[in-house]
Design a protein around this ligand. Sequence first.
Ligand SMILES: [Zn+2]
Length: 60
Amino acid sequence: MNDFTSRCFVCQKKLDPAKASKNLALNLPVCKACKGTDEEKDKARELTDGLADGFVCGCI
Ligand SMILES: [Zn+2]
C-alpha cells in the first residue's frame, strides 16, 4: 500500500510524499495540479462515501 501514499489520490500521478500537500480530511497526498479543484472535492467525497457505505453494508 506504499503506492497509496506516494501518488496523488485524485489523478494517481506519482508524488514525492515528503513534498506533496495532503488532503487533511483523508490524510492522502494531492498534487499541486489537483489541490483545491472540484476534482479533488469530488474524489474526496467519493472516497468518504465509499467508506461510509462500507460501514453501513458491513452487517450483511
Ligand atoms: Zn493530482
